[in-house]
Design a protein around this ligand. Structure first.
Ligand code: HEC
Ligand code: HEC
Ligand code: HEC
Ligand code: HEC
Ligand code: HEC
Length: 309
């Protein structure tokens, strides 16, 4: 190490010691160490900006000069993880990566931690379903029924758990992101069942319909109760609908859309029966009749004519 480099390095250590790296007390060495990999708190950031300015005039070295790319990667994965539900529920790095979370020496802590490119590793994409399946058994069992899983096993391109639940936030997608994600493979160019995104949207809409029928059944039961009616049968059918709804996020993972549709329809039937049981039968599905449509067209043309003038 040259003298000037030595000085910068020592100075860097001083800054860290003086202001202390931020730390969340924990007894998990993966978290303790990864949190600090390239940690700079606000004070350190300011000092480092000054430091960079000095260095710029003199030595060709930037703020990152002591951090390797993998260090940065490991740190940003840590940060994403802190925003996940896993962090909230104490699902830590070692639960998916292995290793020894009681050792604070990198080399021994990392024993058994394999890179994501290693086919024997727990985070190699083909092994990911098993790794997640240790805890998410129901999703895993459904997923094993899917064509996605079969393709993965046949060593072909197909989504694995973290394709859809991006590491390390492991979020559940909303319905808009959802369609984009499916179309990244299911499109005309790749010729992998290009009709899937449309069908998946329909399935989501149907699940929304179930939600709203359950809402109506709930208020029907409420009203029946107020009128002193017997609600036993209505409640039983509502409960059946709710239990189907609760299971839908798990059901998704067999990626069998016709089956998903059938199960959802069954739930909708239960909810509508419950409304009937309460004495507030569901309204007939409204399809705007010819009369309504033509009067709407008439009204809007009059409106446009008036606005023109
Ligand atoms: C004393 C510090 C330290 C501890 C403890 C530690 N790590 Fe690391 N880890 C690092 C550093 C530094 C890197 C960046 C690459 C390198 O230097 O190997 C890294 C890289 C990684 C990587 C990227 C792949 C690889 O093998 O390089 C994974 C995955 C990982 N750590 C997981 C863990 C897990 C799981 C634990 C706990 C069982 C853990 N780490 C404990 C410092 C640590
Ligand atoms: C719920 C499981 C899970 C948890 C918890 C988890 N990871 Fe990961 N991690 C994965 C998966 C899956 C991959 C592979 C992703 C990919 O292929 O891009 C991965 C990849 C990585 C990589 C890149 C390694 C490489 O070889 O490419 C690093 C670094 C890493 N994780 C660090 C961490 C750290 C640090 C923590 C804890 C703060 C953590 N992970 C927690 C599942 C997890
Ligand atoms: C050690 C057990 C464990 C492992 C392994 C694990 N998880 Fe989790 N996961 C949990 C717990 C606990 C929760 C929070 C409670 C819940 O939602 O069920 C959770 C929640 C989730 C959620 C819901 C997040 C939300 O915002 O609602 C997703 C998605 C998820 N995990 C995906 C994964 C994926 C993908 C993997 C594998 C890469 C994985 N999990 C591995 C235990 C685990
Ligand atoms: C092709 C995309 C895709 C793959 C692959 C996938 N999921 Fe999901 N996952 C979803 C979607 C979409 C939802 C949300 C369904 C909903 O909200 O109705 C979801 C929801 C979840 C949830 C939350 C369930 C709940 O009760 O809210 C968990 C946990 C989960 N997935 C785990 C996994 C695991 C574990 C794997 C691998 C075995 C996996 N997922 C594979 C798309 C996927
Ligand atoms: C990484 C690529 C990829 C992504 C992302 C993906 N799929 Fe697939 N999917 C495939 C492959 C490959 C097949 C198998 C096609 C075949 O061999 O017929 C498949 C098959 C399917 C099938 C069965 C098709 C059939 O004809 O029976 C359904 C349903 C499906 N996917 C739904 C989805 C949904 C919903 C999403 C988004 C949440 C999604 N997929 C995301 C690659 C992908």
């Amino acid at each position: 190490m040259k003298k000037r480099e030595m000085f910068t390095f020592v100075c860097f250590i001083c800054i860290l010691t003086l202001f202390g790296a931020p730390s969340l007390a924990s007894d998990n060495s993966c978290l303790d160490c990864h949190e600090k990999l390239t940690a700079f708190n606000e004070k350190e950031k300011q000092l480092n900006e000054v430091r960079i300015k000095h260095l710029e005039r003199d030595v060709a070295c930037s703020l990152e000069c002591h951090a390797t790319t993998l260090d940065k990667f490991a740190k940003s994965n840590y940060e994403q993880w802190t925003r996940s539900k896993h962090a909230l529920f104490q699902v830590t790095c070692n639960n998916c990566h292995g290793g020894d979370p009681s050792s604070d020496v990198k080399e021994s802590a990392h024993i058994g931690v394999l890179r994501s490119s290693d086919p024997n590793g727990s985070v190699f994409y083909r092994n990911v379903p098993e790794t997640c399946g240790k805890c998410h058994t129901e999703e895993y069992n459904q997923f094993k029924e899917s064509l996605h899983y079969q393709r993965l096993k046949d060593l072909k391109q197909a989504p694995t758990c973290d394709t859809c639940h991006s590491p390390h936030e492991f979020k559940v997608l909303n319905s808009t992101d959802f369609k984009d994600l499916c179309s990244s493979c299911h499109n005309i160019e790749l010729e992998i069942a290009p009709d899937i995104p449309e069908k998946a949207s329909k399935a989501i809409e149907n699940a929304q319909a179930l939600k709203s029928e359950i809402f109506k059944a709930r208020s029907a039961i409420q009203r029946a109760k107020q009128q002193g009616k017997d609600i036993t049968a209505a409640q039983k059918h509502l409960d059946a609908a709710i239990s189907i709804q609760d299971n839908l996020p798990i059901q998704w993972h067999s990626f069998n859309l016709p089956h998903f549709q059938n199960v959802t329809d069954e739930g909708i039937n239960y909810a509508r029966t419950s409304q009937e049981d309460s004495g507030f039968p569901p309204e007939k599905p409204k399809t705007p009749g010819f009369g309504i449509i033509s009067s709407l067209i008439g009204m809007s043309s009059i409106y446009l004519l008036v606005r023109r003038k």
